[in-house]
Design a protein around this ligand. Structure first.
Ligand code: ADP
Ligand code: MG
Ligand code: ZN
Length: 565
């Protein structure tokens, strides 16, 4: 397969070439030079981040003619054999496919005989968490009386599934997912060495799609080469991966900033006419909005932004036009739109509705201006002075919004809220706050979680009744981690059985459109969802809530997590 070519060709052959795992390679280099090698290592981390690569380099360090050395020569016979995968001293076992105890027995036999020629035997066990209990026990016996000159490297994406007795006898290294910048730089380097031409925008698209895995990045690059040849154009890569041009996103931002429903509708018309997948567009818009939000909160130089350097001034400019509150609201609207697009039959209609909501929500009185005024700070931004309140907006504070600015509209001046009269809280405000108190998720959007929920409810009601107790969802790389609060331990254990796990994996992979590993974990408690009392305390302390209560009267009757309603 073509993909093998680049990923294999560019497999790092020295520790220095390994990207982004210096904390691991440095420690291994030190262990070698100080002759303090462990008998067993656990390399954990998601797929395609350098675990196998590092394991093979370590094998070379040990068996190079110049070795043990932290800088193997890569020229001697031992080095070359290890690179080629033909060394008898290095054994790679895929625990996922050889799950039987036989292999481990064989391995123990092999290990028993000291390696010929004084070399090290290096045993690399891939997907080590998949070993059967019996195989783990056999391995453990070997680790209890570690033979001279044998080094085990257990590579796994799920270290928590390894038995503790094995873990306690091994040194554990956590490989991290690679950043957008690291992947982009690596791709750029390889493209240059391969004497290919690639547009910077194309690199960015590939690096984003790699989602932290350099192997995935290389595989996508390989596909792009197959598709475009030696000159890889931004537009072609976008076409290949179904990603819209950045200018389309710029147009969306202009439509929102101008509050132009017409521009928004024209945009949908254009995407439709050009045959774009509207759902893909929506996802891109979400990504872009997230970047703007991060730019607003942490600055455009933030490493949290998945964008190349030359795109950052543009993000900074765009984010300046809106407040953090605005951007958060836009983000939420897009996520809800994405959900509609996924579930409902007419994507064009729902995208139009979604974009109209975006445009209209830019007209609403921004909450923080109300708050700023309540605090006596005056409106945060004069630019929104000309905004009009719409029916669903906070009618009573129209005057607040307009006060202190130069261009007040007559309607805005017309009404003033009587603070002592208890008005219902505007729906938009508490929802924003409640979000922080509800279940935590990282790596996946609310809409995705909701899609998962509806799929499970449709297909596996019973499974959902267990899964819904998860307090934290975490999607990273190809892995979905579900954290359960300590009081749901029994549920978590039930879920871990093979059958429900398999069903869950199938449903999640289908909904998310990618093969996923699913991991059930117990939450340490520190990060778990707050208790109701804490929730209430947090809510009461929230400056926005307090200002709202002061302004509109009323009291907090009950604070609920979103999941409870
Ligand atoms: N940290 C990294 N630095 C450089 N290349 C990497 C890195 N991680 C992955 N790669 C590329 O991806 C390929 C597969 O990586 P591999 O080490 O097998 O990943 P893992 O074992 O973590 O799944 C390598 O051949 C290499 O081309
Ligand atoms: Mg591997
Ligand atoms: Zn060598």
């Amino acid at each position: 397969m073509a993909y093998q070519v680049i990923a294999r060709k560019w497999r790092p052959q020295t520790f220095r070439e390994v990207v982004g795992q210096r904390h691991v390679t440095q420690t291994l280099e030190n262990a070698i030079t100080q002759k303090r090698l462990a008998h067993a290592y656990i390399f954990c981390g998601t797929r395609g981040v350098g675990k196998t690569t590092t394991a093979r380099i370590l094998a070379k360090c040990l068996n190079c003619v110049k070795g043990p050395t932290a800088t193997p020569c890569n020229e001697c016979e031992a080095c070359r054999e290890i690179t080629a995968g033909s060394s008898l001293d290095v054994l790679e076992i895929d625990a996922a496919s050889n799950r039987g105890i036989d292999q481990i027995r064989e391995l123990r036999e092999m290990v028993r005989y000291a390696p010929a020629s004084g070399r090290y035997k290096v045993i690399i066990l891939d997907e080590a968490h998949q070993l059967t209990d019996e195989a783990s026990n056999a391995l453990l016996k070997t680790l209890e009386e570690p033979p001279e000159k044998v080094v085990f490297i257990l590579a796994t994406t799920r270290p928590e599934d390894l038995v503790d007795t094995i873990k306690s006898r091994a040194q554990l290294f956590q490989f991290r997912s690679l950043t957008f910048q690291e992947i982009a730089a690596a791709l750029e380097h390889i493209v240059k060495e391969e004497k290919l031409e690639i547009e910077p925008g194309a690199i960015a698209v590939l690096a984003r799609a790699a989602e932290g895995s350099l192997r995935d990045g290389l595989s996508l690059l390989e596909q792009a080469i197959a598709y475009s040849g030696d000159k890889i154009m931004d537009a072609q890569v976008r076409e290949l991966l179904g990603v819209v041009a950045e200018e389309v996103l710029d147009d969306l931002i202009v439509a929102i900033a101008d509050r132009s429903a017409e521009k928004a509708l024209q945009l949908v018309q254009r995407l439709h006419a050009e045959g774009h997948n509207l759902q893909h567009f929506c996802r891109e818009a979400i990504r872009h909005m997230r970047n703007l939000l991060v730019a607003k909160v942490s600055g455009a130089e933030s490493p949290l932004i998945a964008a190349p350097t030359d795109e950052r001034p543009r993000l900074a400019r765009q984010s300046e036009q809106f407040s953090e509150e605005d951007l958060t609201r836009f983000f939420q609207i897009l996520i809800a739109t994405d959900d509609d697009l996924r579930r409902k039959p007419d994507p064009r209609l729902h995208l139009e509705l979604g974009l109209l909501r975006l445009v209209n929500s830019a007209r609403l009185a921004p909450l923080e201006e109300v708050i700023a005024e309540l605090r006596g700070e005056g409106p945060a931004r004069p630019s929104s002075a000309s905004r009009q309140t719409s029916a669903s907006s906070i009618k009573t504070n129209a005057a607040v919004m307009a006060a202190g600015t130069t261009q007040t509209t007559p309607q805005a001046m017309a009404s003033t809220a009587a603070p002592e009269r208890a008005a219902p809280l505007p729906a938009s405000a508490p929802r924003v706050i409640a979000k922080t108190a509800e279940k935590q998720f990282s790596g996946l959007a609310t809409a995705q979680l909701e899609a998962i929920q509806s799929a499970l409810q449709d297909q596996q009601k019973f499974l959902w009744s267990m899964v819904e107790h998860a307090s934290r969802w975490e999607l990273a790389g190809g892995e979905m981690n579900l954290y359960f609060p300590p009081e749901s331990r029994a549920l978590a254990e039930m879920l871990q059985a093979r059958d429900p796990m398999e069903k869950l994996r199938t449903v999640l992979s289908t909904v998310m459109g990618q093969p996923l590993r699913v991991c059930v974990k117990l939450d340490s408690g520190r990060n778990s969802a707050p208790r109701a009392s804490e929730l209430r305390a947090r809510f009461e302390e929230d400056p926005i809530v307090r200002a709202m209560l002061e302004r509109f009267g009323g009291k907090i009757s009950e604070v609920k997590r979103r999941s409870e309603d």
